[in-house]
Design a protein around this ligand. Structure first.
Ligand code: ATR
Length: 295
C-alpha cells in the first residue's frame, strides 16, 4: 500500500490539484499524496474535471484560494500559456505549461508561474524504461499537440540523427517541423512516414486513451517491423492498441508511466522545494493505475 497521509486536513493544509478533461484516468493525486505523506508535509493533491472554457476561471480560483500549485493535462497545456503571469524557461522552450506554481508577488498579489516538466520526464523514462539514449537515434513521433510539441523539441535538443513527424492535422506537424528547423538547423526533420527503419516510435497523440480507440499508426503506410522500440505516452490503459501491436511485432515497448512519475517528481520539487521521493511516487502510481479496483 502506498503511504497515506494520516495527518488531519486543517486550516494550514496546502493544496495542489490537476485540472483536465477527462481527468478520471489521472494517477497524479495518488502519486503526490503518497509523496507528501512520506515527507510528512501537511499538503494534499486533488483532481478536477475542468472544461477548456472554464480553465481561466479554475486557475484564477486556485490562485485566489492560495493553492500552492496546479498541474494541467489534456486539453489545457497550450491554453494555459496565456493564463499565467510568467513563463519559466522550460515552459517558454516547450511552449506548453503542465505545472503552475503560485508564489507571493507584489503586496496582496499572488504570481502564477508556468513550467513544463513533461520534457524532462520523457528523457528520464526513455533511459529508465527502454534503456535508450536519444543521441544519434532515428525517431518517429506521432502527435503535434501540446505534448507532441514538447516531446519533439526535447528530442531535437538531444542530438538525434533524424526526426520524422506525423499528426492527424498535417499542417500542425508542418508548423512544428518548421519551428524545429529554425531552432536546430543541423537536425534532419521531416513530415511524413519514415522511408526505412527507426530506433524509436513515440506516440504523443491522445488516441488510445478511450476504450475502443484504435492505433494512431497507419500500418498500411508504416510497419511496426521497421521499429526497434515503441513508447506510448499514454499510461492508462497500460496497453494501448499501439503497444499491443508493437509487442506482437517484436518491438521493445514502454508506456508513459515513467514519464508521469518523472514530470510529477519535477513538479513536486518546484512546489515544495524538497527532493521528490521517486520510488514512493512510482509505486503509488503503479498501485493507482494498475492495482486498484477503481478503473
Ligand atoms: P496534449 O496536450 O496531450 O498534446 P492536445 O494538445 O489536445 O493534447 O493534442 C492532442 C494530440 O492528439 C494532437 O496531436 C491531436 O491531433 P490534431 O492536432 O489533429 O488534433 C491528436 N489526436 C487527438 N485525437 C486524435 C485522433 N482521433 N486521431 C489522431 N490523432 C488524434
Amino acid at each position: 500500500m502506498p503511504p497515506s497521509n494520516s495527518a488531519p486536513i486543517n486550516a494550514a493544509t496546502r493544496l495542489c490539484a490537476v485540472l483536465g478533461s477527462p481527468i478520471r484516468h489521472s494517477a497524479s493525486p495518488a502519486m503526490h499524496n503518497a509523496a507528501f505523506a512520506t515527507l510528512g508535509l501537511n499538503w494534499r493533491y486533488l483532481a478536477f474535471e475542468v472544461d477548456p472554457k472554464n480553465l481561466r476561471a479554475a486557475i484564477e480560483g486556485a490562485r485566489a484560494m492560495n493553492f500552492a500549485g496546479l498541474n494541467l493535462t489534456v486539453p489545457h497545456k497550450l491554453l494555459a500559456v496565456d493564463m499565467v503571469d510568467e513563463l519559466d524557461a522550460s515552459a517558454r522552450t516547450w511552449g506548453a505549461v503542465n505545472t503552475i506554481k503560485f508564489e507571493p508577488g507584489a503586496v496582496g498579489h499572488v504570481r502564477a508561474v508556468g513550467f513544463n516538466t513533461d520534457a524532462d520526464g520523457l528523457t528520464v523514462s526513455l533511459r529508465h524504461d527502454l534503456q535508450m539514449e536519444l543521441r544519434g537515434k532515428k525517431v518517429f513521433l506521432l502527435g503535434a499537440g501540446g505534448a507532441g510539441r514538447a516531446a519533439a523539441l526535447k528530442i531535437a535538443s538531444e542530438n538525434v540523427a533524424e526526426l520524422f513527424l506525423m499528426n492527424r492535422t498535417a499542417s500542425k506537424a508542418a508548423e512544428l517541423a518548421a519551428e524545429i528547423n529554425k531552432q536546430f538547423p543541423s537536425l534532419h526533420v521531416s513530415v511524413g512516414h519514415p522511408p526505412g527503419e527507426v530506433d524509436l516510435l513515440l506516440n504523443a497523440t491522445s488516441l488510445g486513451l478511450k476504450p475502443g480507440d484504435g492505433s494512431p499508426l497507419d500500418e498500411g503506410q508504416f510497419s511496426l517491423k521497421q521499429v526497434r522500440a515503441v513508447y506510448d505516452m499514454i499510461y492508462k490503459p497500460a496497453e494501448t492498441r499501439l503497444l499491443a501491436d508493437a509487442k506482437a511485432a517484436g518491438c521493445k515497448t514502454a508506456n508513459g508511466i515513467g514519464m508521469l512519475v518523472g514530470q510529477g517528481a519535477k513538479a513536486f520539487e518546484i512546489w515544495t522545494g524538497r527532493p521528490a521521493p521517486l520510488d514512493v511516487m512510482r509505486r503509488a502510481v503503479e498501485a493507482s493505475v494498475y492495482g486498484s479496483v477503481t478503473k
